[in-house]
Design a protein around this ligand. Sequence first.
Ligand code: BES
Ligand code: MG
Ligand code: ZN
Length: 484
Amino acid sequence: MIKLESASQIPSEVQAIGFGVFSQGSTLEAGDKIDVSILKQVGFEAKLGQTYLMSPGQGSPVSIAIGLGDKSKFDLDALRKSGAAFIRASKNYTTVAIEIDLVEDDFGPQGFYQALGEGVLLGSYSFDTYRSNSQDNKVEKVFIKKAPQQALQKAELIAEAVYLARDLVNEPAGKLSPSHFAEIAQGLANEVLEVQVWDEQTIKDEKLGGVLAVSRGSFEPPRLIKMEYKPPTDIASVPSVVLVGKGITFDSGGLSLKSAEGMMTMKTDMSGGAAVVGAMSALAKLSLPVHVIAIVPVTENMPGGRATKPGDVFRARNGKTIEVLNTDAEGRLILADGLSLASEINPDAIIDLATLTGACVVALGREIAGVMGNNQSLVDQILKAAHSTGEACWQLPLPSQYRKHIESEIADMKNIGASGGQAGTLSAALLLEEFVGEQPWAHLDIAGPARSDNNEGYWTKGGSGFGVRLLIDLFESFTVPVKD
Ligand code: BES
Ligand code: MG
Ligand code: ZN
């Protein structure tokens, strides 16, 4: 990861310096270090994310104009995108600097420079494990003028958590088996972060029927990761939250096999679990005043000889039975057990993250997650965190009149909804609701944004780590949800 450093003056070793430029109608607004007339001549419009390298004078560093977009629309997410655009534009230099002090006063230096630092770090991520020639950005160090050291440290800490989640998602399923995922989680344990892993026998003893129904068709044994962050403060006086993440390390669809095309990106089907593990790794370092427990059921979904067959029925952890009519609707089966365990803990809130339905991608596209829940106060806190982190979420309903869509001929429910996939995201969420008790609960369907197909803004191609920053932001100001 690139090193961020605060500087009161730009050091002489710097090879390129980025300056922010706003557009205001047809005029450009820049500081006194940049000649706006040159930018106009070359057609630079200061659109958000646009950059322009200006040829340097003798011995001086290259100036990079960074488009900050329309001044009236500027916010911290625009700043993150600007940081990412800058670091991409300066990829051929090793030591660079940024000087953007046009608007800092509106946001406060801590939030402003943290967002800038996040943009730089998130935009320069790449997964190079399997490349002979690393495509790495060459930048090693970024000086950021006037940035409080604390803001940069926080950006680094958050980016580390996102990098961890992206690495987990990008790792091929042939390497990231359920047991390997669990080992990585185990490796994160420290004084304030306890990690426990259940093996297949424990999963059987604990009656996690959903996890077993999905893992049956796989050669790889399942795992359940349990992490607990206890804040340094009095644990009884802080809110408690249980996070549940979908950890399907590969989703072939099982006997209801996916198409070749549909399977291509299915190593990413553990993105919810990766976001939860990533967020937990950061919580411990931030000493946030919340008691958080994470539960990540981890398994492959494969069509082996012992695989669950369409029509089979199993009993989940909480005693309810599910008829499996489509083995590709497997996420809800492992979450049924995860949410049952979460409810037994009886926390102040339960939040799950899952790449659950293709229907959510149809409804909201690739950049917005669906959020559903049984408590508006909890959903509102999530929407607020989504807004401030740029990890966009849109609330969808949890309509009780559609409960009939998951009625089964022979069991308590079936694992698919109405024919033709009507409201497929909602029927999946309605099934999950059957496994939550009275506690406030919210479900994030991240099937769309868990992966990015482009290097755009601070997203990089592949696993996005979506959810990590949202969860951290949520816990920074979390309050016990008011009952509806
Ligand atoms: N992992 C998929 C959902 C998914 C699809 C995530 C595309 C990311 C991109 C999930 O397990 C699944 O296969 N869901 C089925 C459910 C259906 C069979 C009721 C789906 O969405 O098609
Ligand atoms: Mg599936
Ligand atoms: Zn899946």
